[in-house]
Design a protein around this ligand. Structure first.
Ligand code: FES
Length: 109
């Protein structure tokens, strides 16, 4: 697992947010809600909307295009929508908040 620092820890003291972030050449959606940081894929699996333009509702992120909702913990869409978003581990350390990415095999070539 490759851990990439995405925020300073003081961001936990601020307001909730939904942000588009870049890490390791990829785009993600970072969400702070109820004192926790979640990172999910930024592209909605339904029709490709930018999820960082969505909003939170009851622990889910709501897509701004067609309002499908995805659980921030599991990535699962609400019942009947049939799709999900990838979720990524985060870790709060003394020096920052880190995003965990699996190492890609092509990095070793
Ligand atoms: S593009 Fe996200 S619900 Fe349609």
């Amino acid at each position: 697992m490759e851990w990439i620092k995405i925020f300073q820890t003081d961001i936990l003291d601020g307001d909730d947010f939904i942000k588009r972030i870049e890490a390791s050449g990829r785009t993600f959606c970072a969400v702070k809600t109820q004192g926790e940081i979640f990172v999910i894929q930024n592209k909605c699996p339904h029709a490709g909307a930018d999820l960082s333009l969505g909003w939170c509702k009851n622990g889910n992120i709501v897509c701004p295009y067609h309002r499908h909702e995805f659980d921030l913990n599991t990535g699962r869409g609400l019942l009947g929508q049939g799709n999900y978003v990838h979720t990524y581990p985060t870790e709060v350390r003394e020096d920052g908040i880190y995003l965990g990415l699996k190492e890609s095999w092509w990095k070793f070539w």
